[in-house]
Write a protein that binds this ligand. Sequence first.
Ligand code: UD1
Ligand code: MG
Length: 450
Amino acid sequence: MTSATSSRPRAAIILAAGQGTRMKSALPKVLHPVAGMALLGHVIAAVRAAGVARIVVVAAPGGDAVRAYAEGAGCAVAVQDRQLGTGHAARAAAPALEGFDGDVVVAFGDSPLTTAQTFARAFDGAAASGLGLVTFRPKGGGAYGRIVLDAQGRFDRIVEYKDASAEERAIDLCNAGILAADAQKLFGWAARLTSDNAQCEYYLTDVPALAKADGAAPALIEVAEEEALGVNSRGELAAAERIMQDRLRAGFMAAGVGLTAPETVYLSHDTVIEPDVTIEPFVVIAAGVTIRGGARIRSHSHLEGCDIASGAIIGPFARLRPGAKIGQDAHIGNFVEVKNTTIEAGAKANHLTYLGDAHVGAKANIGAGTITCNYDGFTKAKTEIGAGAFIGSDTALVAPVTVGAGAITAAGSVITKDVPADALAIARGQQSEKPGWAKAFRTRKQQEKK
Ligand code: UD1
Ligand code: MG
C-alpha cells in the first residue's frame, strides 16, 4: 500500500451526515456494504493506507449506528447538528482536531472507490502547494462542481453546478470532492465561508479559492471517474460493487490466482487467496476466507469464514460456513455443508453431508448422507471422527459422540454411543426376508382390480 511521503502527521475528516434518503433503507447509507464492508469502512481503510493516523467521522444527530461503526473502527465522531453543506460539515470536525499540527484530507463517506493512492496524492499536493484538490472528467458531464481555470490555465475557483452559467457547465474538469491542506489553515478558511449561493449552503468547494487568495495555489490531482463515484441509490451501490469486484478479481489474477470466469466470482474485501488457486465459475466468497496455493474451488460453492489448505478440492455446490478448516488435499464435494469443523489432511466428504461442530481425522472417509446431529434445540455438541475412520452412507452421528480411528460405521446407522478404534458399529434395524411375498402381493392386487 501507499505510504506517507511527507513526514507531517496526517488526519482525515470523513463526511457522513447525509441522510441517504434515496437508498430507501433503515440502514444509514454509509453502512451499506460493498464487497462485504461498509462504504464508510472502505474510506477509513483507504485514508489509513495513505498514512492517516487520526480520523474524524462527521455524523448527523441521532446517527447512532454510524457513530458505533466509526468508534468501533477507531475513529472520533463529530456531530453536525444541521446539514448546512459540506463546508459546514468540515467545520464540525474542528474541535476534534484542535491543536492538530499536520495535514488533513476531507473525504466523503459514501465514496468507497477512492484509492489510498489518490488520498496520498492529495496530501502530496498539500505539501507541495498548500492545498491538494482531486478532480476528474466525467464522461456524461453530470451535476458536479466545475473547476474554473484562469487565462494562464491555473486554478481559479470551483463553481457548483447549480450556481454555474451555461459556459461554466460546459467545463469538463470537475471536482471529486476531496481536498487536503494544513488542518488549522483549512479550518481557518472554512470559518470564512458564507452561504451566499444557489443552495444557501456553506460549500467546502469555496475553500480552494480562499486558499489561492492566501498564496496556497491548489495543486490539481486528476483521477479516473470511477474513483469519484458516490453512492446515493441502490443502483449506484450495485455499480460500486461491480467496480470493486472487478478490482479484486484483477488483483488476484495479477497475483497468480486462476479465475476461469472472473465476472461470476464474488470476493470480499478481506479475502486471502494464494497463487495457483483455481476458482471455477459461479463461486461466492463471503467475509473471512483464506485459500492456500493449489486448492481448487469448483463451481457454485459458497464460502464464508473458512480456511482451505493447499491441494484441497471444494465443490461443486459445497457450502463452507464459519469455522470450517479444510486440510491439505481434503475433498468436500457436492451438497456438503461444513460448519465449525476441522477436516484433517486427505479426508473426504464427497456427497450430501452435514458436518457441524466436528473434528474429522486425517484420511477419514465420510459416506454420502452422513449427518452430525450436533444440536438438540438448546446446545451444540461435538462429534469426533478418528483418522482413517470410514463412516458408512446415511450415518447419523448423535453428538456428543466419538468414532475411533480406523473404525467403520455401517450404512444407515444411528450412532449414539462412542465407537472404539478399529471396531465396526452397526446401529440399524435387522433385515428379514419373506420369500415370494412380493409376487403373491402383486397377484392378489391384480385380482382385486378385475
Ligand atoms: C459535492 C461538491 C461538488 C462535487 C461533488 C462530487 C460541495 C458543495 N460540492 O457536491 O463540487 O462535484 O460533491 O461528488 O461540496 N454532507 C454532510 N453534511 C452536509 C452536506 C453534505 O455530511 O451538510 C456529506 C454528504 O453526506 C456526502 C458529502 O458530504 O457524503 C457530499 O455531499 P453532497 O450533498 O453529496 O454534495 P454534492 O452536491 O454531491
Ligand atoms: Mg454527492
